[in-house]
Write a protein that binds this ligand. Structure first.
Ligand SMILES: [Cu+2]
Length: 462
């Protein structure tokens, strides 16, 4: 069971500004003030998957230590590379100065084994973010963690908060295939989603982990009757989109990719890789333990956590594969979501439009690094139209910017990663070119990215 998976709201306030705390991760971990650099130490480690030890790479725990700041604070992290190869850290969803973006060979030279690098930049925008390694296949191991920037004045009221990182996992269990008994769901009871109508990838991932835990050893979220919980749900998987629902409890979406939206209540979230949703969950006047189901899109497998009302017996746990009916219920669609703080777009039309077809792992007919940069000018209003002609969904992520998804309301959600549906799906978004540099625009399917599904957005002196 997960130890100390939450902090109460009061706990946050007591910690004050500028503290990094380890919450929702495995095996504790220390805190450090932001004034001193927080050490982040990637290296080989073992991860206990429900009693089965596997070798992996991580930042000491999986997920790595939570980094928590307040808006306007300076993030100061010293990367001490304990890996046998070069590495970098990317601050997914933040818009740092280009040199701090952590993209190897684009914004920095990878930090060599034994080397050190200081990441240091101000974090003016609040939200739920992630950090992860951005070299080769490192992200596919345990090299990721949550990064939360709290607003100076929190407009939401809630009693407890939990971060839930959803991951597809193969490290140390690959060779056993999907019928593993490594803390996963036994083959005979494996959850089969049926035909693959939605698919974000095609590799084999025997396990789905929630905060580093397989379904046989789920993290437990505690709450008292009447409590309001805030969940920050993050998909850090390499190759898997997920549906996420809590049995018996609707989800009120308050943020997409960290940016506020008008609250809307749904049954289920659908998260492509790199996407995050903040939701509020109202605990009723009841008790018991309720399944939090994490269903991979279009493939076998299953992840879960458990919501337990305080005082309910520890033995009250839902069966491992209990399927919340809400997983088949009403999802949050882009058209449902209204930005609270839309981009400050000028009147008129975009200064520049890129109309890009996603075909296989090409963007606009090109494959990185043999690809032209998308060159814009500083200050421009830029529009990207993405047309997916392939059979896989692609969660497209833009570094260094927040963009606004075009919806009929004219107030679509502000995001940094957006899933473009397969077989003719079209997504259009706008951003303001106010952060000069060389910025990656890529599919957050790790394998697609490695296969060249990347373009650069370039402006300024970069
Ligand atoms: Cu993709």
């Amino acid at each position: 069971m997960a130890e100390d998976a939450s902090l109460t709201r009061r706990g946050f306030l007591a910690l004050g500004a500028g503290l990094a705390v380890a919450a929702g991760c495995r095996g504790g971990g220390g805190g450090a003030t932001a004034a001193a650099a927080l050490p982040l130490q990637p290296g080989p480690m073992t991860l206990d998957l429900a009693g089965s030890e596997v070798a992996t790479w991580g930042y000491g725990t999986v997920p790595g230590p939570e980094i928590r700041l307040r808006a306007g604070d300076v993030l100061r992290v010293r990367l001490d590379n304990g890996l046998p190869e070069g590495t970098t850290v990317h601050w997914h969803g933040l818009a740092p100065p280009n040199a701090m973006d952590g993209v190897p060979r684009v914004t920095q030279v990878p930090v060599e084994p034994g080397g050190t690098f200081l990441y240091e930049f101000r974090t003016p925008v609040a939200g739920s973010f992630m950090y992860h390694a951005h070299v080769g296949v490192q992200l596919d191991r345990g090299l990721y963690g949550p990064l939360v920037v709290e607003p100076r004045d929190e407009p939401l009221s809630y009693d407890r908060e939990y971060v839930l990182m959803l991951d597809d996992w193969a490290d140390g269990v690959e060779e056993t295939g999907p019928h593993t008994d490594h803390g996963g769901v036994p083959a005979e009871s494996a959850v089969d989603p049926g035909p693959a109508t939605v698919s974000f990838g095609g590799r084999t991932y025997p396990l789905v982990l929630v905060n580093g835990h397989p379904p046989d050893d789920p993290p437990v979220l505690e709450g008292r009757p009447g409590d309001r919980l805030r969940l920050r749900v993050m998909n850090v998987a390499a190759d898997t989109g997920f549906r996420f629902a809590v049995a018996g409890h609707p989800l009120t979406v308050t943020h997409t990719d960290g940016m506020p939206v008008e609250p809307v209540t749904v049954d289920v979230l659908r998260l492509g890789m790199g996407e995050r949703y903040d939701v509020l969950v109202e605990l009723g006047r009841r008790d018991g333990a309720w399944q939090i189901g994490v269903a991979p899109e279009g493939r076998r497998g299953w992840g879960r956590a458990v919501l337990r009302y305080t005082g309910s017996p520890a033995s009250s746990a839902p069966p491992v594969t209990a399927w919340p009916a809400e997983l088949d219920g009403r999802p949050a669609e882009h058209a449902d979501l209204l930005a609270v703080e839309p981009l400050a777009l000028p009147p008129g039309r975009p200064d520049r439009v890129f109309d890009l077809t996603l075909d296989g792992t090409e963007i606009g007919g090109q494959s990185y690094p043999d690809a032209d940069p998308l060159t814009v000018a500083e200050g421009e209003w830029v529009r990207l139209v993405l047309r997916n002609t392939g059979a896989k969904w692609h969660p497209m992520h833009l570094h260094g910017h927040h963009f606004q998804v075009l919806t009929p309301s004219g107030r679509g959600p502000v995001k940094d990663t957006v899933a473009v549906p397969a077989r003719g799906g079209v997504v259009t978004f706008d951003f303001l070119a106010t952060n000069p540099g060389k910025w990656l625009f890529h599919c957050h399917n790790h394998h697609h990215m490695e296969d060249g599904m990347v373009r650069l957005v370039r402006y300024g002196s970069a």
